[in-house]
Write a protein that binds this ligand. Structure first.
Ligand code: F6P
Length: 357
C-alpha cells in the first residue's frame, strides 16, 4: 500500500489536472494499492488537515480540463515561519498532518515559491516529489514548465487579433503579457505574434529607443506597430532605483500598469494614437494545449515511477529533450530568467525586433 498526499499551490495554470492524472494512472496501473489524500487549496490544506480522499475515478476525464480539481492558494514562503492568526506554526502543522495520515510521500505541483516550501519540507524529513507548473516558465532546473505552451498560445492569439485591428486603423498597439519577474511568455508570444517591439523585465528599455523603432517603421511604410510588454517590464532609469524606491514609485504611478505608462509616453513623444490590451488571467485559463497535455502526462507518469521506486526529494523536469529528476535543493530559490545574451534574443534582434535597449 502506498499512501500519497497531493496538492497544487500558487497561481494555477493549464495541465495541473493532466499532471495529477499522470501520477495517479501510473500508480494505479502498477497494481500497487494506492491511497490518495487530495489536500485542498495548496499548502493551506496540508497545514489545516483539509483534504478529500480520492480514487482513480476522480482523475478520469480531467486530462483536458483547466484549473485544478484540488483548488489552490498562495502561501508565501517568506511567511512560512510566521505563525498564522491563531498562533499555529505552519511548518509543524504540515509535518503533523503528514505524520498523522502516515503518508509515504507528498506530490506537490507548483512554481517557484511552492518549490521553496517543498524543499523545506524535504529538509524537515518528509518524502516529497514535485512537478513544475507555471505559465511563466521561470522554474530553475527545467527547460520547460507545463502551462507555459498553453499560455503562449493564448497570448499569441491575443496579439494576432490585435494585429488585424491595428493594421486597419494604423495604430500603435500594446499587448501586456503576464510575467512580473521574467519575460519568457512575452518573448515567445511576442515572436510568435510578430510583435515589432518586445519589452521584458530582464532587458530594461529606453523609451526613446522604442519611439525610434516606431518612427522607423512608419518611415518604411508600416502604418501600425505591435508592442508586446511584459507585466514586469522596466525602464532603464527605473532599473537604477533601489528595490524600495522602485516599489514606492509603483505605488504612486498614475497608471494601472507599465503598459499604460509606455503608451502615455509614446503618445506624448509621437502624437500617435496608442491602445493597450491586457489579456490578464485569460492566459492562465481554459483547456491545456495538446503539447501541455502530453508534457504534463509524461512528467506525471515519471513522478509516479519515482514514487514506486521510493526515490524522493526530486522535481521531475525536462532538460535537453529528456525527462529528468532534479534534486529539490538545486531548484529551490532560483529563477530561470531570459538572458539578454541568449540566442533567442539575438535572433529576435536579427529579425528586426526592438527590445528597447
Ligand atoms: O505566476 C503566474 C502568474 O500568472 C504571473 O504570470 C502573474 O504575474 C501572476 O501569476 C499573477 O498572480 P495573481 O493570480 O495572484 O494575480
Amino acid at each position: 500500500m502506498i499512501k500519497i498526499g497531493m496538492l497544487t499551490s500558487g497561481g494555477d495554470c493549464q495541465a495541473l489536472n493532466a499532471a495529477m492524472r499522470g501520477v495517479v494512472k501510473t500508480l494505479t496501473n502498477s497494481g500497487e494499492k494506492v491511497e490518495i489524500y487530495g489536500f485542498l487549496d495548496g499548502y493551506r490544506g496540508l497545514i489545516y488537515g483539509n483534504y478529500r480522499m480520492l480514487t482513480g475515478s476522480d482523475f478520469s476525464g480531467i486530462l483536458t480540463v483547466g484549473g485544478t480539481i484540488l483548488g489552490t492558494s498562495r502561501t508565501p514562503f517568506k511567511l512560512i515561519h510566521e505563525p498564522d492568526e491563531n498562533g499555529i506554526n505552519k511548518v509543524d502543522a504540515m509535518k503533523k498532518t503528514y505524520k498523522k495520515l502516515k503518508l509515504d510521500c507528498l506530490v506537490i505541483l507548483g512554481g517557484n515559491g511552492t518549490h521553496k516550501t517543498a524543499n523545506l519540507l524535504r529538509e524537515e524529513g518528509l518524502n516529497v516529489v514535485t512537478l513544475p507548473k507555471t505559465i511563466d516558465n521561470d522554474l530553475w532546473g527545467t527547460d520547460m514548465t507545463f502551462g507555459f505552451q498553453s499560455a503562449v498560445d493564448i497570448a499569441t492569439n491575443a496579439i494576432d487579433c490585435i494585429h488585424t485591428t491595428a493594421a486597419s486603423h494604423g495604430r500603435v498597439f500594446i499587448v501586456e503579457v503576464m510575467g512580473h519577474k521574467v519575460g519568457w511568455l512575452t518573448l515567445n508570444a511576442g515572436m510568435a505574434g510578430g510583435a515589432d517591439i518586445i519589452l521584458l523585465p530582464e532587458i530594461p528599455y529606453d523609451i526613446d529607443k522604442v519611439v525610434d523603432a516606431i518612427e522607423k517603421r512608419s518611415k518604411n511604410g508600416s502604418r501600425f506597430t505591435i508592442i508586446a510588454v511584459a507585466e514586469g517590464a522596466i525602464s532603464k532609469e527605473d532599473a537604477k532605483l533601489s528595490k524600495k524606491a522602485y516599489k514606492e514609485k509603483l505605488r504612486n504611478r498614475p497608471y494601472p500598469s507599465v503598459s499604460y505608462e509606455v503608451a502615455a509616453q509614446i503618445q506624448e513623444k509621437t502624437g500617435r494614437e496608442v491602445r493597450v490590451t491586457v489579456p490578464g488571467h485569460v492566459q492562465r485559463g481554459g483547456s491545456p494545449c495538446p503539447y501541455d497535455r502530453v508534457f504534463a502526462s509524461r512528467l506525471g507518469s515519471e513522478a509516479g515511477k519515482l514514487i514506486l521506486d521510493g526515490e524522493y526529494g526530486f522535481m521531475v523536469g525536462y532538460r535537453n529533450r529528456e525527462i529528468v529528476k532534479v534534486p529539490l535543493e538545486e531548484v529551490a530559490g532560483k529563477l530561470k530568467m531570459v538572458s539578454p545574451d541568449s540566442s533567442i534574443v539575438k535572433e529576435g534582434k536579427l529579425l528586426g525586433i526592438c527590445f528597447g535597449d
